[in-house]
Design a protein around this ligand. Structure first.
Ligand code: G1P
Ligand code: ZN
Length: 545
Protein backbone atom coordinates (compact mmCIF):
# COMPACT_ATOMS: atom_id res chain seq x y z
CA UNK A 1 0.00 0.00 0.00
CA UNK A 2 1.43 3.38 -0.94
CA UNK A 3 0.83 5.98 1.71
CA UNK A 4 -1.03 9.13 0.69
CA UNK A 5 -0.37 12.30 2.65
CA UNK A 6 -2.88 15.13 2.71
CA UNK A 7 -0.96 18.39 2.98
CA UNK A 8 -2.89 21.38 4.29
CA UNK A 9 -1.82 24.75 2.98
CA UNK A 10 -2.53 28.44 3.20
CA UNK A 11 -3.62 28.87 -0.35
CA UNK A 12 -0.87 30.50 -2.40
CA UNK A 13 -3.03 31.36 -5.42
CA UNK A 14 -5.27 34.03 -3.90
CA UNK A 15 -4.57 36.55 -6.64
CA UNK A 16 -2.55 34.68 -9.25
CA UNK A 17 -4.20 34.22 -12.63
CA UNK A 18 -2.46 31.85 -15.02
CA UNK A 19 -1.94 33.35 -18.48
CA UNK A 20 -3.02 31.91 -21.79
CA UNK A 21 -0.09 29.48 -21.91
CA UNK A 22 -0.59 28.01 -18.45
CA UNK A 23 1.12 29.25 -15.33
CA UNK A 24 4.32 31.18 -16.00
CA UNK A 25 6.16 32.86 -13.12
CA UNK A 26 9.68 33.51 -11.88
CA UNK A 27 11.75 30.45 -10.98
CA UNK A 28 11.93 31.76 -7.43
CA UNK A 29 8.15 31.86 -7.13
CA UNK A 30 8.01 28.20 -8.12
CA UNK A 31 10.56 27.39 -5.39
CA UNK A 32 8.11 28.57 -2.71
CA UNK A 33 6.72 25.78 -0.58
CA UNK A 34 3.59 24.08 -2.03
CA UNK A 35 3.43 26.51 -4.97
CA UNK A 36 3.87 23.93 -7.74
CA UNK A 37 2.02 21.20 -5.84
CA UNK A 38 -1.17 23.19 -5.41
CA UNK A 39 -1.30 24.05 -9.10
CA UNK A 40 -0.82 20.40 -10.08
CA UNK A 41 -3.56 19.42 -7.62
CA UNK A 42 -5.83 21.99 -9.28
CA UNK A 43 -5.03 20.51 -12.70
CA UNK A 44 -5.83 17.00 -11.48
CA UNK A 45 -9.08 18.13 -9.90
CA UNK A 46 -10.11 19.59 -13.26
CA UNK A 47 -9.46 16.44 -15.30
CA UNK A 48 -12.21 13.83 -15.48
CA UNK A 49 -11.40 10.08 -15.43
CA UNK A 50 -7.90 10.66 -14.09
CA UNK A 51 -7.67 7.45 -12.06
CA UNK A 52 -6.05 4.68 -14.11
CA UNK A 53 -5.27 7.00 -17.02
CA UNK A 54 -1.92 7.70 -18.73
CA UNK A 55 -0.18 11.06 -18.31
CA UNK A 56 2.94 12.43 -20.02
CA UNK A 57 5.26 14.61 -17.88
CA UNK A 58 8.38 16.34 -19.20
CA UNK A 59 10.02 19.69 -19.65
CA UNK A 60 12.58 21.79 -21.48
CA UNK A 61 15.36 21.19 -18.95
CA UNK A 62 15.36 24.59 -17.28
CA UNK A 63 16.22 25.04 -13.61
CA UNK A 64 13.58 23.27 -11.51
CA UNK A 65 12.66 20.71 -14.19
CA UNK A 66 13.93 17.65 -12.30
CA UNK A 67 12.45 18.56 -8.94
CA UNK A 68 9.11 19.43 -10.51
CA UNK A 69 8.92 16.09 -12.33
CA UNK A 70 9.67 14.22 -9.10
CA UNK A 71 6.98 16.09 -7.19
CA UNK A 72 4.47 15.52 -10.00
CA UNK A 73 5.21 11.78 -9.98
CA UNK A 74 4.51 11.75 -6.22
CA UNK A 75 1.21 13.57 -6.74
CA UNK A 76 0.31 11.18 -9.60
CA UNK A 77 0.86 8.19 -7.31
CA UNK A 78 -1.41 9.75 -4.67
CA UNK A 79 -4.09 10.29 -7.33
CA UNK A 80 -3.76 6.69 -8.59
CA UNK A 81 -2.94 7.69 -12.14
CA UNK A 82 -2.37 4.42 -14.06
CA UNK A 83 0.78 5.28 -15.94
CA UNK A 84 3.12 8.27 -15.90
CA UNK A 85 5.37 8.46 -18.94
CA UNK A 86 8.52 10.51 -18.33
CA UNK A 87 11.31 11.12 -20.86
CA UNK A 88 14.88 10.23 -19.96
CA UNK A 89 16.54 13.13 -18.14
CA UNK A 90 13.13 14.81 -18.03
CA UNK A 91 13.69 16.36 -21.47
CA UNK A 92 10.72 16.55 -23.82
CA UNK A 93 9.98 19.28 -26.33
CA UNK A 94 6.47 20.71 -26.56
CA UNK A 95 5.76 19.21 -30.03
CA UNK A 96 7.19 15.85 -28.90
CA UNK A 97 4.88 15.95 -25.86
CA UNK A 98 1.92 16.61 -28.14
CA UNK A 99 2.90 13.64 -30.30
CA UNK A 100 3.39 11.31 -27.30
CA UNK A 101 0.00 12.23 -25.83
CA UNK A 102 -1.59 11.22 -29.12
CA UNK A 103 0.23 7.95 -29.74
CA UNK A 104 0.06 6.79 -26.10
CA UNK A 105 -3.64 7.73 -25.90
CA UNK A 106 -2.87 9.72 -22.78
CA UNK A 107 -5.38 11.84 -20.90
CA UNK A 108 -2.96 14.72 -21.35
CA UNK A 109 0.50 16.02 -20.68
CA UNK A 110 2.19 18.40 -18.30
CA UNK A 111 4.94 20.48 -19.90
CA UNK A 112 7.37 22.19 -17.55
CA UNK A 113 8.55 25.20 -19.48
CA UNK A 114 8.32 28.96 -19.73
CA UNK A 115 8.83 28.55 -23.49
CA UNK A 116 11.07 31.31 -24.86
CA UNK A 117 11.54 33.11 -21.52
CA UNK A 118 15.02 32.94 -19.94
CA UNK A 119 15.64 30.16 -17.41
CA UNK A 120 17.91 29.60 -14.41
CA UNK A 121 17.37 30.74 -10.85
CA UNK A 122 16.87 34.34 -12.01
CA UNK A 123 14.70 33.37 -14.97
CA UNK A 124 11.23 31.94 -15.35
CA UNK A 125 9.53 28.59 -14.92
CA UNK A 126 6.13 27.41 -16.07
CA UNK A 127 3.53 24.65 -16.19
CA UNK A 128 1.39 23.99 -19.26
CA UNK A 129 -1.39 21.44 -19.53
CA UNK A 130 -2.13 19.75 -22.84
CA UNK A 131 -5.24 17.64 -23.25
CA UNK A 132 -5.95 14.31 -24.93
CA UNK A 133 -5.94 15.67 -28.50
CA UNK A 134 -2.33 16.76 -27.82
CA UNK A 135 -3.12 20.49 -27.85
CA UNK A 136 -3.06 23.19 -25.17
CA UNK A 137 -5.99 23.06 -22.75
CA UNK A 138 -8.82 25.32 -23.92
CA UNK A 139 -10.01 28.27 -21.88
CA UNK A 140 -12.95 26.31 -20.40
CA UNK A 141 -10.45 24.00 -18.68
CA UNK A 142 -7.84 26.62 -17.76
CA UNK A 143 -10.60 28.72 -16.16
CA UNK A 144 -11.69 25.71 -14.12
CA UNK A 145 -8.08 25.11 -13.00
CA UNK A 146 -7.82 28.74 -11.97
CA UNK A 147 -11.06 28.62 -9.97
CA UNK A 148 -9.94 25.45 -8.27
CA UNK A 149 -6.43 26.74 -7.52
CA UNK A 150 -7.95 29.68 -5.68
CA UNK A 151 -10.00 27.65 -3.28
CA UNK A 152 -7.86 24.58 -2.62
CA UNK A 153 -6.86 24.11 0.98
CA UNK A 154 -4.91 20.85 0.61
CA UNK A 155 -3.25 18.54 -1.86
CA UNK A 156 -2.53 14.82 -1.98
CA UNK A 157 0.99 13.46 -2.31
CA UNK A 158 2.78 10.12 -1.82
CA UNK A 159 6.30 10.71 -0.60
CA UNK A 160 7.74 7.71 -2.44
CA UNK A 161 11.37 7.67 -3.48
CA UNK A 162 11.06 8.54 -7.15
CA UNK A 163 13.20 6.79 -9.76
CA UNK A 164 16.29 8.48 -11.16
CA UNK A 165 15.51 9.87 -14.60
CA UNK A 166 18.79 9.01 -16.27
CA UNK A 167 17.95 5.39 -17.21
CA UNK A 168 15.07 3.83 -19.13
CA UNK A 169 12.83 1.56 -17.06
CA UNK A 170 9.43 0.81 -15.56
CA UNK A 171 8.78 1.29 -11.85
CA UNK A 172 5.61 0.49 -9.91
CA UNK A 173 4.24 2.41 -6.94
CA UNK A 174 0.87 1.20 -5.69
CA UNK A 175 -1.53 1.49 -8.63
CA UNK A 176 0.79 3.70 -10.65
CA UNK A 177 3.56 2.67 -13.00
CA UNK A 178 6.24 5.16 -13.96
CA UNK A 179 7.80 4.55 -17.35
CA UNK A 180 11.03 6.32 -18.28
CA UNK A 181 11.29 6.38 -22.07
CA UNK A 182 13.51 7.78 -24.82
CA UNK A 183 12.04 11.26 -25.39
CA UNK A 184 13.56 11.70 -28.83
CA UNK A 185 12.72 8.50 -30.72
CA UNK A 186 8.96 8.77 -31.35
CA UNK A 187 9.24 12.37 -32.49
CA UNK A 188 12.23 11.67 -34.68
CA UNK A 189 10.39 8.71 -36.29
CA UNK A 190 7.44 11.01 -36.98
CA UNK A 191 9.72 13.46 -38.81
CA UNK A 192 11.11 10.56 -40.82
CA UNK A 193 7.57 9.65 -41.88
CA UNK A 194 6.70 13.18 -42.99
CA UNK A 195 9.94 14.12 -44.74
CA UNK A 196 12.36 12.45 -47.12
CA UNK A 197 15.42 12.76 -44.90
CA UNK A 198 17.68 11.07 -47.47
CA UNK A 199 16.84 13.70 -50.05
CA UNK A 200 17.50 16.52 -47.55
CA UNK A 201 20.73 14.89 -46.48
CA UNK A 202 21.99 14.52 -50.08
CA UNK A 203 21.18 18.17 -50.72
CA UNK A 204 22.97 19.34 -47.58
CA UNK A 205 26.04 17.25 -48.37
CA UNK A 206 26.36 18.70 -51.90
CA UNK A 207 27.20 22.30 -51.25
CA UNK A 208 24.55 23.71 -49.00
CA UNK A 209 25.81 24.28 -45.48
CA UNK A 210 23.49 24.12 -42.47
CA UNK A 211 23.81 25.54 -38.98
CA UNK A 212 21.13 24.88 -36.37
CA UNK A 213 21.07 26.80 -33.08
CA UNK A 214 19.39 24.88 -30.23
CA UNK A 215 20.07 27.82 -27.89
CA UNK A 216 21.23 25.41 -25.12
CA UNK A 217 17.64 24.27 -24.80
CA UNK A 218 15.51 21.22 -25.48
CA UNK A 219 15.92 20.82 -29.27
CA UNK A 220 19.65 19.95 -29.02
CA UNK A 221 19.15 16.17 -28.63
CA UNK A 222 16.43 16.10 -31.31
CA UNK A 223 18.51 18.05 -33.83
CA UNK A 224 21.59 15.93 -33.13
CA UNK A 225 19.56 12.75 -33.62
CA UNK A 226 18.02 13.92 -36.91
CA UNK A 227 20.87 15.88 -38.52
CA UNK A 228 23.89 13.98 -37.20
CA UNK A 229 22.74 10.42 -36.38
CA UNK A 230 20.09 10.00 -39.07
CA UNK A 231 21.37 12.24 -41.87
CA UNK A 232 25.08 11.79 -41.22
CA UNK A 233 26.00 15.49 -41.08
CA UNK A 234 28.92 16.74 -38.96
CA UNK A 235 28.33 17.33 -35.23
CA UNK A 236 29.24 20.97 -35.74
CA UNK A 237 26.01 21.65 -37.66
CA UNK A 238 24.25 21.90 -34.26
CA UNK A 239 25.39 24.81 -32.13
CA UNK A 240 24.46 25.24 -28.43
CA UNK A 241 23.24 21.65 -28.66
CA UNK A 242 23.50 20.54 -25.01
CA UNK A 243 20.50 21.54 -22.86
CA UNK A 244 21.61 23.62 -19.84
CA UNK A 245 19.39 24.55 -16.92
CA UNK A 246 20.00 28.28 -17.44
CA UNK A 247 20.35 27.98 -21.25
CA UNK A 248 23.93 29.12 -20.77
CA UNK A 249 22.60 32.61 -20.07
CA UNK A 250 20.89 32.81 -23.46
CA UNK A 251 17.37 34.15 -23.85
CA UNK A 252 16.04 31.18 -25.84
CA UNK A 253 13.77 33.13 -28.15
CA UNK A 254 14.73 32.60 -31.80
CA UNK A 255 14.56 36.10 -33.20
CA UNK A 256 17.12 38.53 -34.58
CA UNK A 257 17.73 40.11 -31.18
CA UNK A 258 18.12 37.04 -28.97
CA UNK A 259 19.64 34.66 -31.54
CA UNK A 260 22.08 37.37 -32.54
CA UNK A 261 25.10 35.09 -32.91
CA UNK A 262 23.28 32.96 -35.46
CA UNK A 263 21.92 36.06 -37.19
CA UNK A 264 25.45 37.42 -37.42
CA UNK A 265 26.75 34.17 -38.96
CA UNK A 266 24.08 34.23 -41.67
CA UNK A 267 23.33 37.90 -42.28
CA UNK A 268 26.68 39.62 -41.75
CA UNK A 269 29.41 36.99 -42.15
CA UNK A 270 27.36 34.92 -44.61
CA UNK A 271 29.17 31.78 -43.50
CA UNK A 272 26.33 29.30 -44.12
CA UNK A 273 23.66 28.67 -46.77
CA UNK A 274 20.93 27.99 -44.21
CA UNK A 275 20.51 28.79 -40.53
CA UNK A 276 17.71 28.05 -38.09
CA UNK A 277 17.00 28.27 -34.37
CA UNK A 278 14.33 27.01 -31.99
CA UNK A 279 13.15 28.31 -28.63
CA UNK A 280 13.41 26.85 -25.10
CA UNK A 281 10.71 24.18 -25.50
CA UNK A 282 11.17 23.63 -29.25
CA UNK A 283 7.90 24.93 -30.66
CA UNK A 284 9.18 28.16 -32.24
CA UNK A 285 11.51 28.48 -35.22
CA UNK A 286 13.47 31.13 -37.07
CA UNK A 287 14.62 30.52 -40.66
CA UNK A 288 17.57 32.36 -42.17
CA UNK A 289 19.31 32.12 -45.54
CA UNK A 290 22.65 33.55 -46.57
CA UNK A 291 22.05 37.29 -46.15
CA UNK A 292 18.33 36.70 -45.84
CA UNK A 293 15.88 36.70 -42.91
CA UNK A 294 12.55 34.94 -43.48
CA UNK A 295 9.69 36.72 -41.81
CA UNK A 296 7.54 34.08 -40.04
CA UNK A 297 4.41 35.27 -41.84
CA UNK A 298 6.17 34.74 -45.17
CA UNK A 299 7.39 31.37 -43.93
CA UNK A 300 3.79 30.25 -43.41
CA UNK A 301 2.90 31.39 -46.93
CA UNK A 302 5.90 29.60 -48.50
CA UNK A 303 5.15 26.40 -46.55
CA UNK A 304 1.53 26.49 -47.73
CA UNK A 305 2.49 27.19 -51.35
CA UNK A 306 4.88 24.21 -51.51
CA UNK A 307 3.02 21.26 -49.99
CA UNK A 308 3.72 19.29 -53.18
CA UNK A 309 7.43 19.16 -52.25
CA UNK A 310 6.88 17.34 -48.95
CA UNK A 311 5.90 13.62 -48.89
CA UNK A 312 3.63 14.09 -45.84
CA UNK A 313 1.43 16.63 -47.65
CA UNK A 314 1.61 15.36 -51.25
CA UNK A 315 -2.14 14.68 -51.34
CA UNK A 316 -2.95 18.33 -50.73
CA UNK A 317 -4.23 20.16 -47.69
CA UNK A 318 -7.72 20.94 -46.40
CA UNK A 319 -7.15 24.57 -45.46
CA UNK A 320 -4.93 26.94 -43.52
CA UNK A 321 -5.23 29.26 -40.55
CA UNK A 322 -3.24 32.18 -39.23
CA UNK A 323 -3.57 34.32 -36.13
CA UNK A 324 -5.07 37.76 -36.70
CA UNK A 325 -1.80 39.72 -36.29
CA UNK A 326 0.00 37.39 -38.74
CA UNK A 327 0.35 39.01 -42.18
CA UNK A 328 -2.09 38.14 -44.95
CA UNK A 329 0.66 36.64 -47.15
CA UNK A 330 -0.81 33.15 -46.66
CA UNK A 331 -4.29 34.39 -47.64
CA UNK A 332 -3.05 35.02 -51.19
CA UNK A 333 -1.69 31.47 -51.41
CA UNK A 334 -4.90 29.95 -50.00
CA UNK A 335 -6.88 31.92 -52.53
CA UNK A 336 -4.73 30.62 -55.39
CA UNK A 337 -5.03 27.04 -54.10
CA UNK A 338 -8.75 27.52 -53.59
CA UNK A 339 -8.66 26.34 -49.98
CA UNK A 340 -10.18 28.09 -46.93
CA UNK A 341 -8.07 30.42 -44.79
CA UNK A 342 -9.17 31.06 -41.19
CA UNK A 343 -8.20 34.07 -39.08
CA UNK A 344 -8.00 33.22 -35.36
CA UNK A 345 -6.96 35.12 -32.22
CA UNK A 346 -3.34 34.93 -31.03
CA UNK A 347 -2.46 31.61 -29.37
CA UNK A 348 -2.07 28.06 -30.65
CA UNK A 349 -5.12 26.75 -28.79
CA UNK A 350 -7.42 28.40 -31.33
CA UNK A 351 -6.13 26.11 -34.09
CA UNK A 352 -7.07 22.94 -32.18
CA UNK A 353 -10.73 22.68 -33.20
CA UNK A 354 -9.93 23.53 -36.82
CA UNK A 355 -7.25 20.81 -36.96
CA UNK A 356 -9.39 18.22 -35.14
CA UNK A 357 -12.29 18.84 -37.57
CA UNK A 358 -9.96 18.64 -40.56
CA UNK A 359 -10.90 22.14 -41.67
CA UNK A 360 -7.20 23.01 -41.86
CA UNK A 361 -3.93 21.08 -42.25
CA UNK A 362 -1.35 23.86 -41.77
CA UNK A 363 -1.35 26.90 -39.47
CA UNK A 364 0.95 29.54 -38.10
CA UNK A 365 1.58 32.73 -36.22
CA UNK A 366 3.83 35.71 -36.82
CA UNK A 367 5.62 34.91 -33.54
CA UNK A 368 7.90 32.29 -35.14
CA UNK A 369 5.31 29.51 -34.84
CA UNK A 370 4.34 27.15 -37.65
CA UNK A 371 2.80 23.71 -37.56
CA UNK A 372 0.41 21.22 -39.06
CA UNK A 373 -1.99 18.42 -38.29
CA UNK A 374 0.92 16.05 -37.44
CA UNK A 375 0.66 17.25 -33.79
CA UNK A 376 -1.44 19.86 -31.98
CA UNK A 377 1.36 22.32 -31.18
CA UNK A 378 3.58 24.52 -33.26
CA UNK A 379 6.71 22.66 -34.14
CA UNK A 380 10.12 24.28 -34.59
CA UNK A 381 12.14 21.41 -36.05
CA UNK A 382 9.27 20.41 -38.32
CA UNK A 383 9.36 23.89 -39.87
CA UNK A 384 13.14 23.69 -40.32
CA UNK A 385 12.88 20.30 -42.05
CA UNK A 386 9.98 21.56 -44.17
CA UNK A 387 12.09 24.46 -45.47
CA UNK A 388 15.04 22.19 -46.15
CA UNK A 389 12.80 19.77 -48.06
CA UNK A 390 11.45 22.54 -50.31
CA UNK A 391 14.99 23.80 -50.99
CA UNK A 392 16.20 20.25 -51.72
CA UNK A 393 13.36 19.62 -54.19
CA UNK A 394 13.75 22.98 -55.91
CA UNK A 395 17.53 22.99 -55.59
CA UNK A 396 17.59 26.70 -54.79
CA UNK A 397 18.64 29.11 -52.02
CA UNK A 398 16.39 30.62 -49.35
CA UNK A 399 16.63 34.00 -51.01
CA UNK A 400 15.72 32.64 -54.46
CA UNK A 401 12.72 30.82 -53.03
CA UNK A 402 11.38 33.87 -51.22
CA UNK A 403 11.99 36.27 -54.13
CA UNK A 404 10.16 33.93 -56.47
CA UNK A 405 7.29 33.69 -54.02
CA UNK A 406 6.93 37.49 -53.88
CA UNK A 407 7.13 37.76 -57.68
CA UNK A 408 4.16 35.41 -57.90
CA UNK A 409 1.98 36.58 -55.00
CA UNK A 410 3.24 40.07 -54.15
CA UNK A 411 4.92 40.98 -50.86
CA UNK A 412 3.23 41.75 -47.56
CA UNK A 413 5.75 44.02 -45.90
CA UNK A 414 5.47 43.24 -42.23
CA UNK A 415 7.02 44.10 -38.90
CA UNK A 416 6.32 43.63 -35.20
CA UNK A 417 7.61 46.09 -32.61
CA UNK A 418 7.76 44.91 -28.99
CA UNK A 419 8.10 47.22 -26.01
CA UNK A 420 9.06 44.72 -23.32
CA UNK A 421 8.71 45.00 -19.54
CA UNK A 422 7.28 48.52 -19.51
CA UNK A 423 5.15 49.72 -16.56
CA UNK A 424 1.63 48.27 -16.79
CA UNK A 425 0.09 51.69 -16.23
CA UNK A 426 1.86 53.04 -19.33
CA UNK A 427 0.93 50.01 -21.45
CA UNK A 428 -2.70 50.29 -20.34
CA UNK A 429 -2.71 54.01 -21.03
CA UNK A 430 -1.48 53.53 -24.63
CA UNK A 431 -3.81 50.60 -25.28
CA UNK A 432 -6.75 52.36 -23.62
CA UNK A 433 -6.25 55.50 -25.67
CA UNK A 434 -6.48 53.61 -28.96
CA UNK A 435 -9.44 51.58 -27.69
CA UNK A 436 -11.32 54.78 -26.87
CA UNK A 437 -10.54 56.32 -30.28
CA UNK A 438 -11.67 53.44 -32.52
CA UNK A 439 -15.10 54.88 -33.37
CA UNK A 440 -13.59 58.27 -34.12
CA UNK A 441 -10.86 56.83 -36.39
CA UNK A 442 -13.27 55.00 -38.67
CA UNK A 443 -13.62 56.87 -41.99
CA UNK A 444 -10.78 59.25 -41.08
CA UNK A 445 -7.34 59.43 -42.62
CA UNK A 446 -4.35 57.45 -41.28
CA UNK A 447 -0.95 57.22 -43.01
CA UNK A 448 -2.48 58.78 -46.12
CA UNK A 449 -5.38 56.30 -46.36
CA UNK A 450 -8.92 56.02 -45.09
CA UNK A 451 -9.53 53.79 -42.10
CA UNK A 452 -11.94 51.06 -43.26
CA UNK A 453 -12.13 49.00 -40.07
CA UNK A 454 -11.27 50.06 -36.51
CA UNK A 455 -12.23 47.44 -33.95
CA UNK A 456 -11.27 45.10 -31.15
CA UNK A 457 -10.96 41.70 -32.84
CA UNK A 458 -13.36 38.97 -31.77
CA UNK A 459 -13.59 35.39 -32.99
CA UNK A 460 -16.47 32.99 -33.30
CA UNK A 461 -15.10 29.44 -33.32
CA UNK A 462 -16.80 27.72 -36.29
CA UNK A 463 -16.61 24.32 -34.59
CA UNK A 464 -17.90 24.87 -31.05
CA UNK A 465 -19.45 28.33 -31.57
CA UNK A 466 -17.55 29.76 -28.61
CA UNK A 467 -16.88 33.48 -28.76
CA UNK A 468 -13.52 35.07 -27.84
CA UNK A 469 -13.57 38.83 -27.45
CA UNK A 470 -10.96 41.59 -26.89
CA UNK A 471 -8.31 39.85 -28.99
CA UNK A 472 -6.45 42.96 -30.17
CA UNK A 473 -7.13 46.44 -31.53
CA UNK A 474 -6.83 46.76 -35.29
CA UNK A 475 -7.02 49.39 -37.95
CA UNK A 476 -7.52 48.23 -41.54
CA UNK A 477 -6.98 50.90 -44.18
CA UNK A 478 -8.57 51.21 -47.63
CA UNK A 479 -5.46 49.64 -49.26
CA UNK A 480 -5.76 46.72 -46.77
CA UNK A 481 -2.73 47.90 -44.77
CA UNK A 482 -3.12 46.96 -41.12
CA UNK A 483 -1.96 48.27 -37.78
CA UNK A 484 -2.60 46.13 -34.70
CA UNK A 485 -1.99 46.80 -31.02
CA UNK A 486 -2.01 44.05 -28.37
CA UNK A 487 -0.86 43.51 -24.82
CA UNK A 488 1.19 40.36 -24.37
CA UNK A 489 -0.23 37.52 -22.28
CA UNK A 490 3.10 35.73 -21.77
CA UNK A 491 5.49 38.27 -20.21
CA UNK A 492 6.27 38.00 -16.50
CA UNK A 493 7.72 41.46 -15.81
CA UNK A 494 5.59 44.59 -16.10
CA UNK A 495 3.69 44.66 -19.41
CA UNK A 496 4.74 44.04 -22.99
CA UNK A 497 3.13 46.10 -25.72
CA UNK A 498 3.11 44.64 -29.22
CA UNK A 499 2.57 46.73 -32.36
CA UNK A 500 2.12 45.03 -35.73
CA UNK A 501 2.37 46.73 -39.14
CA UNK A 502 1.51 45.33 -42.57
CA UNK A 503 1.38 46.78 -46.09
CA UNK A 504 0.92 44.88 -49.35
CA UNK A 505 3.00 45.62 -52.49
CA UNK A 506 1.95 43.92 -55.74
CA UNK A 507 4.55 42.10 -57.91
CA UNK A 508 5.08 45.19 -60.10
CA UNK A 509 6.08 47.37 -57.12
CA UNK A 510 9.46 47.54 -55.40
CA UNK A 511 9.79 44.24 -53.52
CA UNK A 512 13.26 44.78 -52.09
CA UNK A 513 12.73 47.61 -49.62
CA UNK A 514 13.71 47.42 -45.98
CA UNK A 515 10.38 46.66 -44.23
CA UNK A 516 10.96 49.51 -41.74
CA UNK A 517 11.11 51.92 -44.71
CA UNK A 518 8.11 50.43 -46.50
CA UNK A 519 6.10 50.63 -43.27
CA UNK A 520 7.36 54.02 -42.08
CA UNK A 521 4.13 55.98 -42.65
CA UNK A 522 2.17 53.46 -40.56
CA UNK A 523 4.82 53.37 -37.81
CA UNK A 524 5.10 57.15 -37.63
CA UNK A 525 1.38 57.80 -37.62
CA UNK A 526 0.75 55.30 -34.84
CA UNK A 527 3.45 56.92 -32.73
CA UNK A 528 1.99 60.35 -33.41
CA UNK A 529 -1.47 59.12 -32.46
CA UNK A 530 -0.53 57.30 -29.26
CA UNK A 531 2.70 59.01 -28.15
CA UNK A 532 4.36 55.65 -27.65
CA UNK A 533 8.04 56.65 -27.66
CA UNK A 534 7.37 59.53 -25.31
CA UNK A 535 5.24 57.58 -22.85
CA UNK A 536 7.54 54.56 -22.77
CA UNK A 537 10.62 56.82 -22.75
CA UNK A 538 12.08 54.45 -25.34
CA UNK A 539 13.43 55.75 -28.61
CA UNK A 540 13.23 52.27 -30.13
CA UNK A 541 11.28 49.12 -29.33
CA UNK A 542 13.08 46.36 -27.39
CA UNK A 543 12.68 43.92 -30.27
CA UNK A 544 11.93 44.63 -33.93
CA UNK A 545 11.02 41.68 -36.10
C1 G1P B 1 3.14 35.15 -27.63
C2 G1P B 1 2.93 35.23 -29.12
C3 G1P B 1 1.81 34.30 -29.53
C4 G1P B 1 2.12 32.88 -29.03
C5 G1P B 1 2.40 32.89 -27.54
C6 G1P B 1 2.86 31.53 -27.04
O1 G1P B 1 1.98 35.56 -26.95
O2 G1P B 1 2.65 36.54 -29.54
O3 G1P B 1 1.66 34.32 -30.92
O4 G1P B 1 1.05 32.02 -29.31
O5 G1P B 1 3.44 33.83 -27.26
O6 G1P B 1 4.04 31.10 -27.65
P1 G1P B 1 1.79 37.06 -26.35
O7 G1P B 1 2.97 37.31 -25.46
O8 G1P B 1 1.82 37.98 -27.55
O9 G1P B 1 0.47 37.03 -25.66
ZN1 ZN C 1 7.89 27.84 -26.97
Amino acid sequence: MTEVNIVNIDNPFQDQKPGTSGLRKSTLKFQEEHYLEIFIEAIFNSLKDLRGSTLIVGGDGRYGNFDAIKKIIQICVAHKIGKVIVPKNGLLSTPATSHLIRIKKAIGGIILSASHNPGGIEGDFGVKLNISNGGPAPESITNQIFQCSQSLKSYKISKIKTPELDKLGIFTFGQTSVEIIDGVKDYSDLMENIFDLDQISDFLKKDFSLIFDAMNAVTGPYATNIFVEKMGLADSCVMNGVPLDDFGGLHPDPNLTYASKLADLLLIQKSYSFGAACDGDGDRNMILGKGCFVNPSDSLAVITANTNCVPGYKDGIAGVARSMPTSSAVDFVANALNIPCFETPTGWKFFGNLLDSNLISICGEESFGTGSNHVREKDGLWAVLYWLQILAVKNCTVSELIQKHWKQYGRNYYSRHDYEAIPSTIANQIFGKLASMLEHLKGNSFAGHLVKVADNFSYLDPVDNSMSENQGLRLVLDDNSRVIVRLSGTGTKGATLRLYFEKFFNPQQNLSLNPQIALKPLINDLDALLNISKLTQMENPTVIT
